[in-house]
Design a protein around this ligand. Structure first.
Ligand code: ADQ
Length: 467
């Protein structure tokens, strides 16, 4: 049976038994365990000299192959082109794009280096699954090195319409390389449509049934919304709610309901608008003062990118301003916490929160929305207030869907959530939980690999469904 070679900028934790973080790690682990294979990525370390070969560690039938990044590579490929150019572009934030020829060159150089390492690891019959925007040109770099095996790519972020993609200088040099993959996967149908439209209208690809043809290559776009393991998250939440962190949180709230937001501190997550919505709620609806508490966990992220430092300063000021204006001697409206919490603690917090606030301005999927739903008490569930611009909104239609730019509308949705009677909360929660169970992270990984291996006799994806 074929091995799978997974490639992502960062890899999951290597030590056995260590809790895998949310997101792709769970799905990717399971599929790797079922088939055996290699997980290749950046070690997370910056080094003085670019390594000649990856360092290898094995765990059962999985080999983890990692490389350090030189300081210049880190600055240009990671902090520069990936996170200061592509990330804002992919989230429709053209005004935040920073572009330099050096960072573009660094991005292409690191992708070439990764391809050189990988070409030595890939064996006949393997399939390769590349993840995310850091590695768009990797497939083409592998093809140039003679790799003919199936290669798939999954984009975790949104893909904007063609007019936005075109704002990237040399965009064809980057996005055109996506035709080197056999399958290009997206979180939503809109993203996949944007891709096909770009390929056809910008690059002259032609549609051949479900596939696209460009030069001598045939490839297809697919929609694979990423999921979570909802039953596992529910079990974790049920245990965690009785443990000390959640108990302390509950005691500190008094009788007030909790409204929670948990995000990386990233401008795509819409935190300044969210804070304005809270300010609007307290200003326009004074009856809610001292009657509910907002907890915003915003873990620092990409602090070496300027826009992230600016966002942090803006949020510090906004939280201080709102608390200065509305706090009382026995109540603080916004608890704004920059530290990170482990998955179990967050699950307990989610379970206790009457409202989950997930209001990104744009988000590929947003797993926090799914985790919040999974963590709820079936007999007394809370309400999810969800941005219509998160990929998750396509599946979680029973959330209270909001436009995050409409701060008054978000404030009203929070109040509606706080006042929602139990039968309506239960109906909405059940519908969403069913959706989560129908599309778990395992299903996501299995469906992607099936799509990549379709019509290939030597790969048996059916073996994965029992995983
Ligand atoms: P992210 O932008 O990181 O991921 P998201 O999907 O919300 O966004 O979160 C990923 C994981 O990180 C979740 O399991 C969540 O619990 C955890 N997490 C988030 N904030 C945290 C915090 N403050 N403390 C601790 N843990 C936290 C990218 C894309 C998303 C897409 C995912 C997966 O941007 O759109 O859903 O990949 O494809």
């Amino acid at each position: 049976m074929s091995r799978i070679i997974v490639v992502s900028n960062r890899i999951g934790p290597i030590e056995e038994g260590k809790a895998a973080p949310g997101g792709l790690a769970v799905g990717v682990y399971e599929i790797l365990r079922a088939t055996g294979g290699v997980w290749f990525g950046w070690s997370g370390e910056t080094v003085d000299q670019t390594p000649q070969a990856p360092s290898l560690q094995t765990q059962g039938n999985i080999a983890f192959a990692t490389v350090g990044l030189g300081r210049k590579d880190y600055a240009e490929y990671y902090a520069g082109f990936s996170n200061a150019t592509l990330w804002p572009l992919l989230h429709y934030r053209t005004g935040l794009i920073e572009f330099s020829r050096d960072s573009l060159a660094g991005y292409l150089r690191v992708n070439e280096q990764f391809a050189a390492h990988l070409a030595r690891l890939i064996e006949p019959g393997d399939i390769v699954w590349v993840h995310d925007y850091h590695l768009i040109p990797l497939g083409a770099a592998l093809r140039r090195r003679g790799v003919t095996q199936r290669i798939g790519f999954f984009l975790h972020t949104p893909l904007p319409p063609r007019a936005v993609m075109r704002t990237l200088p040399d965009h064809r040099q980057i996005f055109g390389t996506l035709s080197a993959y056999d399958v290009v996967g997206f979180q939503t149908a809109d993203d996949a449509d944007h891709f096909s439209d770009y390929m056809v209208r910008e690059l002259g690809a032609s549609r051949q049934g479900a596939r696209l043809a460009l030069d001598s290559r045939l490839f297809k776009a697919g929609v694979f919304p990423i999921g979570i393991d909802p039953d596992d998250f529910a079990r974790t939440a049920a245990v965690a709610v009785g443990q000390s962190a959640t108990r302390r949180l509950i005691r500190s709230l008094g009788e007030r309901p909790l409204v929670i937001g948990v995000d990386r501190l990233d401008y795509s997550k819409g935190l300044p608008f969210r804070f304005r919505a809270i300010e609007n709620l307290l200003g326009q609806h004074p009856e809610w003062r001292n009657r509910c508490t907002f907890l915003q966990v915003a873990t620092l992220s990409r602090t070496d990118v300027k826009q992230y430092r600016e966002l942090r300063a803006e949020l510090d000021a906004a939280a201080g301003h709102i608390n200065g204006r509305y706090a009382d001697y026995d109540w603080t409206p916004i608890r704004y916490v920059n530290r990170s919490f482990n998955r179990n603690t967050l699950a307990g917090f989610f379970r206790h929160a009457r409202v989950g606030l997930v209001t990104p301005l744009r988000d590929g999927m947003n797993l926090v929305a799914k985790e919040y739903v999974a963590a709820q008490r079936p007999e007394d569930p809370g309400v999810l207030v969800l941005s219509q611009f998160a990929g998750a909104a396509n599946e979680l239609e029973s959330a209270l869907l909001v436009n995050p730019f409409d701060v008054g509308g978000v404030a009203q949705a929070i109040i509606r959530a706080l006042e929602m009677p139990l039968p309506e909360r239960t109906d909405r929660w059940r519908a969403m939980m069913e959706t989560l169970r129908r599309n778990t992270v395992r299903d996501w990984a299995r469906r992607f690999v099936e799509s990549l291996t379709a019509n290939r006799a030597d790969m048996r994806p059916a073996a994965l469904s029992g995983a």
